[in-house]
Design a protein around this ligand. Structure first.
Ligand SMILES: Nc1ncnc2c1ncn2[C@@H]1O[C@H](COP(=O)(O)OP(=O)(O)OP(=O)(O)O)[C@@H](O)[C@H]1O
Ligand SMILES: [Mg+2]
Length: 231
C-alpha cells in the first residue's frame, strides 16, 4: 500500500528525517513509535504533503506521492487525523464531519450511516458544537471527518493522547475494525504500549529522525522497548 524509501527532510539546517524507510501493508495497522521529538509527526506531514521532503520516495499504490500536491493526496484516498485533533470548536459536530468532504473528490456530500455506526456518540451529539465535546469525543470526531472520503490509507497521529481510558478502548476497537474488516491500511503514530500491542500488526520505531527497528508485533522485544520507548 505504502512504501517509504530513504526519505530525508530538513527544518532549516536541522536534519529531521534521515533516510527513513518503512512499509505499510493493506488491511493492517502499522504503528510508528518513538519518543517525543523523534520525527513521527514530521513523517506524517511529509506523507500528507504538509512538509516538503528533500529526497527519497513515498510510493502509495504505485503513485510517487512526493510529486503530488497535498490536496491530490487526499483525493487519492489518504486520510489524516492530525496530532491534537484540530477540530473546529465553533462548528457543530455534523458540520465538522462535513468539512472532511472538502479533502476528497466525491460528488455526494451525504455523511454515510456507517460513520455514525462507528461513532454512535457523534449521532447523539451531531448538533452540539465541536468545542463542547470531551477530548475523546473530539478525537472520534476527527476520525469521522477523515473517514468521510473513504480512505484506503489512514494516518492517525497519537489518537490516544490525553484521552480517558474508556474512549481509548473504543478508538482501539474502531482501528481494528477499519484495518481488519474494511481492509484500510492504518498508520498509527502512538507511544502507549498496551494500546499499540492491542491494535497494531507491525511496528516501525523512530529514533532521532532514523528508523531504528521494524518488525511484526511479536518481534517488539523488551530490549527494544527499554532502548527506544520507555522514558
Ligand atoms: N515547524 C518546525 N520547525 C522547526 N523544527 C520543528 C518543527 N516541527 C518540529 N520540529 C522539530 O523536529 C523534530 C521532530 O518533531 P516531530 O514533531 O516530528 O516529533 P514527534 O516524534 O512527532 O514528537 P511528539 O511525540 O512530541 O509528537 C523535533 O526536534 C522538533 O522540535
Ligand atoms: Mg508528534
Amino acid at each position: 500500500m505504502l512504501t517509504v524509501n530513504a526519505l530525508n527532510h530538513y527544518y532549516g539546517q536541522s536534519h529531521s528525517l534521515r533516510d527513513v524507510s518503512f512499509e505499510a501493508k493493506p488491511a493492517a495497522c502499522t504503528c510508528l513509535m518513538g519518543r517525543n521529538g523523534v520525527g513521527k509527526t514530521t513523517l506524517a506531514k511529509c506523507l500528507m504533503g504538509l512538509e516538503q521532503t528533500r529526497s527519497g520516495e513515498m510510493l502509495y499504490r504505485g503513485i510517487a506521492l512526493e510529486k503530488l500536491p497535498a490536496e491530490r493526496r487526499a483525493q487519492e484516498g489518504i486520510g489524516y487525523v492530525p496530532q491534537g485533533r484540530q477540530i473546529f470548536p465553533l462548528l457543530s459536530v455534523e458540520e465538522n464531519i462535513r468539512t472532511g468532504f472538502f479533502a476528497g473528490n466525491s460528488k455526494t456530500h451525504k455523511i454515510p450511516d456507517s460513520i455514525y455506526e462507528l461513532f454512535p456518540v457523534l449521532l447523539e451529539m451531531k448538533n452540539r458544537r465541536g468545542g463542547d465535546l470531551s477530548g475523546g469525543q473530539q478525537q472520534q470526531l476527527a476520525m469521522a471527518r477523515a473517514l468521510v472520503i473513504e480512505p484506503m490509507l489512514l494516518i492517525l497521529d497519537e489518537p490516544a493522547e490525553g484521552i480517558q481510558p474508556s474512549i481509548v478502548q473504543e478508538i482501539g476497537n474502531v482501528i481494528s475494525m477499519l484495518s481488519q474488516e474494511l481492509g484500510i491500511s492504518v498508520i498509527l503514530i502512538e507511544q502507549k504500549l498496551p494500546f499499540i500491542r492491542k491494535v497494531a500488526d507491525s511496528f516501525a520505531i523512530m529514533d532521532r529522525g532514523n528508523i531504528a527497528a521494524t518488525g511484526v508485533m511479536s518481534e517488539l522485544t523488551e530490549d527494544l522497548v527499554s532502548e527506544y520507548l520507555v522514558v
